[in-house]
Design a protein around this ligand. Sequence first.
Ligand SMILES: Nc1ncnc2c1ncn2[C@@H]1O[C@H](COP(=O)(O)OP(=O)(O)OP(=O)(O)O)[C@@H](O)[C@H]1O
Length: 375
Amino acid sequence: MKVMADDGMLSWDESVFRDEHVFEVDYLPETFHHRENQLDGLQYALRPAVRGSRPLNAMVRGPPGTGKTTAIQKLFAELDGRRGVRTVRVNCQVDSTRYAVFSRIFEAIFEYEPPASGISFKSLFEQITDHLTDEDEVLTVCLDDVNYLFYEGEASETLYSLLRAHETHAGAKVGVLLVSSDLDLDVVAELDSRVQSVFRPEEVFFPAYGESEVVDILDERVRRGFREGVVGPTVLDRVAELTAGTGDLRVGIDLLRRAGLHAEGRASERVEAEDVETAYEKSRHVHLSRRVRGLTDSERALLRVVAEYDGDRAGDVYEAFHDETDLGYTRYSEIVNKLDRVGLIEATYTTVEGRGRSRELSLAYDADAVRDRLD
Ligand SMILES: Nc1ncnc2c1ncn2[C@@H]1O[C@H](COP(=O)(O)OP(=O)(O)OP(=O)(O)O)[C@@H](O)[C@H]1O
């Protein structure tokens, strides 16, 4: 097929994109508007580190896709060049145990992974704290998506070690930033009392962006990512409306990219409303995709079974899960709780005549959309 370049149609070697990279998940935006108060709050907590003192601990909360990670990455990037300041961001969806968190810190400091044969936690911890005191470095650890440490029951142990580092190792200066997008989780209340007594964090809240803020932020992305005239104001407004409806900026960024690809698929030089509507079918599920991506094999197996038995009693689901994985009831129950807390399934109690209370499990998303992402 040969298409002419002057009839509003793209030729094969033309693209609607100027720089598609700006729509990728790991892209760190150059400009970061509408989060000035939050940046100030975080800077206040981190400032002592620059003077060689222990930073204040902070609790950062807000719904998904509201710029929490980006704010911390920006501030850490500014701090990283300074002598005596060390920052480490740990993604707890990936590293969800105390040992994994400290391995990540170790790796950031020594630039190699701790030996695979495994060294004790104590030794890992001591090598880190010895380094901090020998080099006179202040360490700030961001536990991003810390809610996952709670789902795994590892939060109190991990925090306790970090918060008490200066007591167990004189001279070690460690500050902690906790980031959670699970607004139902009362982080401080769920910690052991011995941790609560040493954890009095500064609170920084990231509210969802309003529609006009979304327009502002996405307009900047459009100018960097698309060639001039590809995305007009009406299309941008529609993207912002859909994005603000979900409260997650990630939806908008994904939507722009997919709508651009869809327009290209039609060999169109412009993104039109129809491209946005079609793309939204996929983009509205960015949460789902992210959540599924972070699951272990057994968690995926259970989700697959729930997708099959949607709305059935937990007992029946357990039978099917057990047949597939050979795992016992305790582990099964833990995974049910985790999938519930992550927001992938809903577990509700019902009273069944003659059987007492029983749990009914249903998917929080459309079953086809879930199955698509498990394949
Ligand atoms: N003010 C902003 N300006 C430009 N881009 C932004 C802004 N806020 C967020 N983003 C973009 O939105 C996406 C999501 O942001 P980020 O990962 O920082 O959110 P988050 O609150 O940490 O989300 P989660 O809680 O789900 O991890 C990123 O691609 C980021 O670049």
